[in-house]
Write a protein that binds this ligand. Structure first.
Ligand SMILES: NC(=O)c1ccc[n+]([C@@H]2O[C@H](COP(=O)([O-])OP(=O)(O)OC[C@H]3O[C@@H](n4cnc5c(N)ncnc54)[C@H](OP(=O)(O)O)[C@@H]3O)[C@@H](O)[C@H]2O)c1
Length: 274
């Protein structure tokens, strides 16, 4: 990775941090897109130097400012990693009026990638951290983009937040295929169940459950292995979904080309005029 530039979101914790460490160890220069500048500067120091680009990825305005900064300060991007993501157990809305899981897990990767596509090097690639949880969603609910159905009192009790999360990861897999059809070399992958900060933002009970599940989870280093492999291996076909460093088949809903095309148009609309 000597001389390669890797721009990564969510590189301050969990899977992204493990990937940033490994890629830096292999010689890459890292650009950290992070909401917490102090935390990111600590990581940058640990990596022996990295660029920090501040952004709250739930805000389209913040993403656009960050992109301007990246265009000015970063060299050509060899690897863009859309890794930041989260699950929200309650219905929350971004500064743009968009449900938060969708804003962070779907709109951010779309907006960052389309705005920075011209900054990718000729051999550059985009990697999205998806999840096998995408199988929870049978389709993209285009008539309910704000995800109301997942957050009623009864839906929340039966894991509505997690189903919404699954829908956003389904969207990320479809989005990756659509990036490939738009001429962007792109991959999505699933890291397995990994011991990170994931789902520690949903109250004490969830934090406790995640702590109890930790012994059964992979290390962040193991969870980052496929990401690092995709970042360093040039020969994989674009648009695929990967697990344990292998191409795998996602759910039938994640192979629905019409849904992917409709999603792309929907996202275009959701970011236009903001
Ligand atoms: N853990 C798992 O088992 C698992 C399984 C499948 C997929 N994934 C996916 O893996 C990816 C990484 O998650 P993780 O498990 O490593 O969780 P994590 O430890 O919580 O890390 C999430 C990263 O995203 C950043 N982030 C969150 N919200 C942000 C925002 N609004 N703006 C900017 N950055 C933001 C966090 O920043 P801070 O450091 O400031 O918090 C952190 O760096 C996610 O896409 C997740 O959905 C995880």
């Amino acid at each position: 990775m000597d001389g390669q530039y890797v721009l990564i979101t969510g590189g301050t914790n969990g899977i992204g941090l493990a990937a940033a460490r490994e890629l830096a160890a292999q010689g890459a220069r890292i650009g950290l897109v992070a909401r917490n500048r102090g935390k990111a500067e600590g990581v940058a120091a640990e990596l022996g130097g990295a660029d920090v680009f501040e952004a709250d990825l739930t805000s389209q305005g913040s993403i656009r400012e960050m992109v301007t900064d990246v265009r000015e300060r970063a060299p050509g991007i060899d690897v863009l990693v859309n890794n930041a993501g989260a699950m929200y157990g309650t219905h929350q809305v971004s500064a743009d009026g968009i449900e938060l899981t969708w804003a962070l897990n779907v709109i951010a990767p779309y907006l960052i990638t389309t705005l920075l596509a011209a900054k990718l090097t000729p051999d550059g690639r985009v990697i999205g951290t998806a999840s096998d949880e995408h199988k929870r969603a049978k389709r993209i609910e285009f008539d309910d983009l704000s995800g109301e159905q997942y957050f009623s009192a009864s839906a929340r009790l039966s894991g509505g937040g997690m189903r919404r999360y699954g829908e956003t990861k389904l969207a990320l897999i479809l989005l990756t295929q659509e990036m490939a059809r738009h001429g962007i070399r792109a991959y999505s992958f699933e890291p397995g169940f990994v011991a990170t900060g994931f789902n520690t933002n949903n109250g004490r009970l969830m934090r406790l459950m995640m702590a109890m599940a930790k012994p059964f989870a992979r290390s962040p280093e193991k969870g980052a292995e496929t990401l690092v492999w995709l970042a360093t291996d040039a020969d994989e076909p674009s648009g695929g979904y990967y697990s344990n460093k292998k191409l795998i088949e996602p759910s039938p809903a994640a192979q629905d080309r019409q849904a992917a095309e409709r999603l792309w148009k929907t996202l275009e609309e959701q970011v236009s005029g903001r």
